[in-house]
Design a protein around this ligand. Structure first.
Ligand SMILES: [Zn+2]
Length: 277
């Protein structure tokens, strides 16, 4: 049954994915156990295929988190008085970026390895565990969920718990791929976001809005922000990771021209901010 609208799934044009007949929501056609998921998100996850090396991506991630924070700031008055909780905080980069601009920031992640590093190296307030089984000490003002909802077995349960954990008027901010974006439609089954079993759910602005509405949220912002990174890390990706030619990268690095940031925007990642009614 479709977890956005309760409709029925049918085959989709993507192999391995099903689509809701009623609302068009796309999901991976597989039944994965909690044990299998725990294995996927073990120690290797952030160093594996999904994130070539999450720590090496740190600089880009931080640039993007700063952009997301400025969007939040433009929509949330008195950000400095707000308490924020992050679901899927990984190594704690976002918590570290946001901590100075809010009253209090904490988070949770399923990956023990990532949380150890978040607590130890970044000194942020993070716990390891399953959000669905976690009791927040008190309601919060903002819940952030960056590139996380697509990984969840039951995004509907996360959204309904977030609604309970937020104060009235509280904010749920999230990013995820947009399967209705032009790039996703052009790329079809080759769209880079399609990879079950890590990505289990594929939203569009319409289906995420429907899910949020159903659980007591109104969408107050929807955008497709670009992905900023240092030109250096683009070259690193091309020459070192893809072409395996570190010598070229080293030579280019000597020229020292590329310590500037560029923004690549395929307009297929959506940034949704919703307010609890
Ligand atoms: Zn549906």
């Amino acid at each position: 049954m479709c977890l956005v609208c309760g409709g029925r799934y049918e085959e989709s044009r993507f192999p391995g994915l099903v689509r809701c007949k009623a609302c068009g929501f796309v999901a991976a056609n597989l039944d994965i156990s909690d044990e299998e998921l725990a294995t996927i998100y073990g120690e290797d996850y952030f160093h594996g295929n999904e994130y070539l090396d999450y720590i090496a991506e740190e600089e880009s991630l931080r640039l993007n988190f700063r952009n997301r924070i400025s969007t939040l700031r433009s929509l949330v008055s008195d950000l400095a008085d707000k308490e924020l909780f992050e679901i899927g905080c990984a190594y704690g980069f976002f918590l570290q970026e946001v901590a100075p601009v809010v009253r209090r920031a904490s988070g949770i992640d399923i990956s023990a390895d990532a949380v150890r590093s978040a607590q130890g190296e970044r000194g942020v307030d993070a716990v390891c565990g399953d959000y669905l089984k976690f009791d927040l000490p008190r309601p919060v003002d903002i819940i952030a969920m960056w590139d996380t909802i697509e990984h969840l077995k039951r995004p509907d349960l996360f959204v309904s718990k977030a609604a309970r954990d937020l104060r009235t008027g509280g904010i749920l901010a999230l990013t995820t791929g947009d399967i209705q974006s032009l790039n996703a439609r052009l790329r079809g089954k080759k769209w880079r976001m399609i990879h079950p079993p890590t990505h289990l759910h594929y939203f569009s602005t319409a289906t995420i809005t429907k899910l949020l509405n159903r659980h007591g949220f109104d969408v107050i912002h929807a955008s497709h922000p670009g992905n900023s990174r240092k030109f250096r890390s683009v070259l690193y990706y091309i020459f070192v990771l893809r072409m395996k030619r570190p010598a070229i990268y080293a030579a280019l690095q000597k020229i020292g021209l590329f310590n500037f940031s560029i923004t690549i925007n395929l307009f297929d990642i959506m940034y949704i901010i919703a307010q609890r009614r």
